[in-house]
Design a protein around this ligand. Structure first.
Ligand code: GTP
Ligand code: MG
Length: 174
C-alpha cells in the first residue's frame, strides 16, 4: 500500500557498549573505531521493508554516560520500541541493561517492544575470546522478561538488520 508506518525507537544502555555504532551500521552502512561518546542524544531515521509493509524507524540514540541518565525518560516515554544494549565482553553492562529493562517496564508504554542486544560479538569469534556474558545466560533472562534477544556486531554487521526486522514484525498494523 506504499504508506509507511512510523515507529519511534529508543536505544538505551551503558556508555561504550556500541549503541551509536549499531545505529550507524543500520542507517548508514558504516562503522568507525574509536567513536566519541554521544552527548545528550542523536536522532536518525531509516526505512525498513517487510513483506508488503514499509516501516520508518524514528530513532533516538541516547547517551549512556551516567550524567545523561535523567534525560532518558524524555526519549522512551512515547517510544513504541526499545533496543537495550550491553557489551558481551563486560558483564556489568548486562546488569545495567537489566535495570533499563525494569525502568522501561515500569515507566514506558505498556505495549513497548523491547529487544535485548549483546553487542561486540566479533570479540568472541577469535581463539582468545573476550566474552564475559554467556549467550545462554542472557537468552534465559530475555525469555523470562519477555524480550527479543540478539547478539550482534556493529563492526562485522552480524545480526544488526535482524534486530530491526524482528522489532518491525512485532509492531501491530496501524
Ligand atoms: P555512548 O554514546 O557513550 O553511550 O556510547 P555508545 O554505546 O554509543 O558506544 P559507541 O557506539 O560510541 O562505541 C564505543 C566503542 O566501542 C567505539 O570505540 C566503537 O568503535 C566500539 N564498538 C562498537 N561496536 C563494536 C563492535 O561490534 N565490535 C567491536 N569490536 N567494537 C565495537
Ligand atoms: Mg553513542
Amino acid at each position: 500500500n506504499g504508506k509507511a508506518t512510523n515507529v519511534k525507537l529508543v536505544l538505551l544502555g551503558e556508555s561504550a557498549v556500541g549503541k551509536s555504532s549499531l545505529v550507524l551500521r543500520f542507517v548508514n552502512r558504516e562503522y568507525a573505531e574509536n567513536r566519541e561518546p554521544t552527548i545528550g542524544a542523536a536522532f536518525l531515521t531509516q526505512k525498513c521493508h517487510l513483506n508488503d509493509r514499509t516501516i520508518k524507524f524514528e530513532i533516538w540514540d541516547t547517551a549512556g554516560q551516567e550524567r545523561f541518565h535523567s534525560l532518558a525518560p524524555m526519549y522512551y516515554r512515547c517510544a513504541q520500541a526499545a533496543v537495550v544494549v550491553y557489551d558481551i565482553t563486560k558483564s556489568a553492562t548486562l546488569d545495567k541493561a537489566k535495570s533499563w529493562v525494569k525502568e522501561l517496564q515500569r515507566q514506558a508504554n505498556q505495549d513497548i517492544v523491547i529487544a535485548l542486544v549483546g553487542n561486540k560479538l566479533d570479540l568472541a569469534d577469535e581463539e582468545e575470546s573476550e566474552r564475559q556474558v554467556q549467550t545462554e545466560e542472557a537468552k534465559a533472562y530475555a525469555e523470562e522478561a519477555d524480550l527479543l534477544f540478539f547478539e550482534t556486531s556493529a563492526k562485522s554487521a552480524h545480526n544488526v538488520d535482524a534486530v530491526f526486522a524482528a522489532i518491525a514484525e512485532k509492531i501491530p498494523l496501524e
